[in-house]
Write a protein that binds this ligand. Structure first.
Ligand code: FAD
Length: 320
């Protein structure tokens, strides 16, 4: 890092991280560059996958191969950054440790080496990971790609599907499957859209019932795959259901903050902020920002790039 170069490191390359990169290059840096004594700026985006995942489209994309253009579902991050030239670099890897006082983040690269990355400014955009690779990339994108392909081949022959979690993702997925595969019995387990208004919940339930989706207001206590196409699901109400396909839509399984100082985190593992500029609150957190699902207390969606598990419902919150 040259003394006249301001190094900006962004951790996480999905909605929040990419939004930060584009905003910096298109809005912020053009305003800063003309200032006297302005340094040059260099941005490094770190993410485990070379692909961005448009997870918002997943409930449609997993149901039918042609429902959603596959090249929009997964798309190349390095290709998207090429427009910014050498001032913007992509590093495939994941942050594994942070020495905040020294301003160095350690990155385990895709080739297995650990690389220290010094920064002047840091953006934490590492989001959350769902239990199912259908809703978030698990390390490399090929796992999600294979899971989506498996849905495409299995769904047309599946006679029973149970979806755990009745937040927006579970509800949308149940509706899509019931609509596209009317011969499959679809069961949706969980409280339907628990964080929305009662009128919206009632409307959703009516539409799901019209699509012949069975709704069971219970928690999923455990699952056991007894054969390749047979899973037994234990419900909190004492029932057990055996289905051909089980889909876990219970939200954030992991908050991706394990490499950060514990003192920066709230009790859910998300990062505390100290002001409306999303500056991180904590010792040695100067020039450190947090954006997206990983922000403490966030409650939106990707359009606001701050979100919690409301997309999944109460079960997701508990699973997280
Ligand atoms: C199926 C589904 C449908 C949705 N629909 C909507 C919708 O219609 N409208 C809406 O507003 N919101 C919706 N959401 C929510 C929205 O997708 C999220 O709010 C958004 O993805 C948050 O973006 P993010 O970048 O903060 O986190 P993420 O999308 O979780 O991205 C985090 C990134 O960080 C990477 N990462 C993880 N750990 C590390 C590490 N240690 N080092 C470096 N990188 C790391 C991950 O691999 C990933 O690339 C939906 C979510 C799902 C799952």
């Amino acid at each position: 890092m040259s003394s006249t170069t301001h190094e900006i490191v962004i951790l996480g390359g999905n909605f929040a991280g990419l939004e930060v990169v584009h905003h910096l290059f298109r809005q912020t840096l053009p305003l800063l560059k003309p200032l006297p004594k302005s340094p040059s700026y260099h941005v490094t985006l770190v993410s485990p996958s070379t692909q961005y995942y448009f997870k918002v489209g997943a409930p449609r994309a997993i149901v039918k191969p042609n429902a959603f253009p596959q090249n929009l579902l997964l798309s190349s991050i390095p290709d998207a950054l090429a427009q910014y030239g050498p001032a913007c670099q992509f590093l495939q890897g994941k942050a594994v440790a942070l020495e905040a006082a020294q301003r160095i983040v350690s990155v385990e690269t895709s080739t297995g080496e650990t690389k220290p990355l010094p920064y002047n400014s840091l953006f934490i955009c590492t989001g959350t990971t769902s239990a199912s690779p259908l809703w978030s990339i698990h390390a490399d994108h090929t796992i999600t790609e294979a899971a989506v392909a498996s849905m495409h081949s299995q769904l047309p022959k599946t006679k029973s599907v149970l979806i755990a979690g009745a937040g927006a993702v579970g509800v949308e997925t149940a509706g899509e499957i019931a609509h596209n595969y009317p011969n499959a019995k679809v069961t949706l387990v969980g409280s339907v859209l628990p964080r929305l208004k009662p009128a919206t919940q009632s409307k959703a339930k009516k539409l799901l019932a019209e699509a012949r989706v069975e709704m069971v207001d219970a928690l999923v206590k455990g699952t056991e795959q007894t054969a390749p196409n047979s899973t037994t699901v234990q419900l909190g109400n004492g029932e057990a259901r055996t289905v051909e396909m089980f889909i876990d839509a219970r939200g954030a399984h992991k908050i991706n903050s394990d490499f950060l100082p514990g003192a920066w985190l709230d009790k859910t593992g998300r990062v505390n902020t100290r002001d409306a500029y999303f500056r991180v609150k904590g010792e040695d957190a100067g020039n450190t920002y947090v954006v997206g699902d990983i922000v403490a207390g966030s409650d939106g969606g990707e359009w606001r790039v701050v979100v919690d598990d409301s997309w999944y419902g109460e079960q997701g919150r508990e699973a997280g």
